[in-house]
Design a protein around this ligand. Sequence first.
Ligand code: G3H
Ligand code: ZN
Length: 284
Amino acid sequence: MPLVTTGEIVKGAQAAGTGVGAFNVITLEHAEAIVAAAERVGLPVILQVSENAVKFHLGRLRPIAMAAAEVAAAAGVPVSLHLDHVEDDDLLRQAVDAGFSSAMYDASKLSYRDNVAATRAAARWAHDHGLWLEAELGEVGGKDGAHAPGVRTDPVEAAAYVEATGVDALAVAVGSSHAMTTRTASLDLDLISRLRDAVPVPLVLHGSSGVPDPELRAGVRHGMVKVNIGTALNVAFSAAVREVLGGPQPPVDPRKYLRPARAAMTESVAHLLTVLTGEHPAHA
Ligand code: G3H
Ligand code: ZN
């Protein structure tokens, strides 16, 4: 199945009243695990490469992007490629020729006025080049400490921001926080409903690893559509690696620990995808 666009996947999820998982890809094994999980449960999925992941790959976007695109292109379910948390305009410009159909432009550290100006320009450029653009108003707590985790997006301001910038989706601050390794976050469900009613584009939940299953499901029911998950995969990955390397005769062949690490990520993603679509019986 060829790569599809993020816009199509998100639109489909919104029309069906479900959430779609957008999972962060750091290594090739992440992409393989995410796609294997999506195939297992028969659901579309979004592969995201963040600006931070590009920095990890020595500042080069194409090697990890091309690898993810190849994994996606061979998938038996719809898969799209999304460039996540882009602050660097040059990186945004590289997205088009690297297989991405969408990006999240992150000007959330700027003042409201500067955020609007930068995001409006990015959205114009993105649309001229066929990219679907997500943006953020009010930084989701936990990333770089610019705001406390208690920060919340105001529905009236959010609607004005979307109108002023012309973005296709909006990341909102509703109680989640980036990079949590415990699932103890609580979503403001009433605020999510009010944002859904006020904002004319799909809502995006960031920092979803810290949100327990029932809260994730409830967040989707109240209006979240694209659900970004990264740390949960790395928790699974690292636990599997630790288990192998902590054994009596730790191997030196990386395949000996990357194979279980990839399998652990697959389990995690498959479970989360079913939670988001309400197919997990315990959380329907
Ligand atoms: O944009 C990516 C996500 O917000 C991932 O957050 O690592 O806390 O799940 P997380
Ligand atoms: Zn995020």
